[in-house]
Ligand binder design. Structure first.
Ligand code: HEC
Length: 104
């Protein structure tokens, strides 16, 4: 019985680790389709005044700190819907890191 429990704990640890790693590596996939509505539906082409990816000028007056950007995405800003409850903060962080990487 003890051995069975240890095996289960190890398996849960592996699954949780796997999800975290996938979220961090998959910022582009999350950006494109990991949330509803997808970030790409507005940020690819600047719909509703959204700052575009690949367009550093659009981001010039915005915070550069990823934690701060996750906060404003969770609570919603202007025409952007509130993502709290729709997406995991880790997923938002991965998507935002991807967005910021297109501005370099
Ligand atoms: C319905 C269109 C729409 C969708 C979908 C959308 N955004 Fe936005 N986003 C906006 C708009 C519009 C702004 C500018 C808000 C403002 O400054 O008034 C914005 C601003 C931002 C900012 C800058 C926030 C700041 O503090 O200046 C970030 C980061 C961001 N979006 C990330 C995301 C991410 C990540 C997703 C997907 C999880 C997403 N957005 C989905 C429209 C959208």
């Amino acid at each position: 019985m003890k051995r069975l429990m240890l095996t289960s704990v190890a398996a849960i640890g592996l699954v949780a680790g796997g999800i975290g790693a996938a979220a961090a590596d998959d910022g582009e996939a999350i950006y494109k389709g990991g949330t509803a509505p997808s970030c790409a539906s507005c940020h690819d082409r600047g719909i509703a005044g959204a700052p575009k990816i690949n367009e550093p000028d659009d981001w010039a007056d915005r915070p550069t700190d990823a934690d701060e950007l996750v906060e404003s995405t969770l609570s919603g800003k202007g025409a952007m819907p509130r993502y709290e409850g729709r997406a995991d903060p880790d997923e938002l962080m991965a998507a935002i890191r991807y967005m910021l990487s297109t501005l370099e």
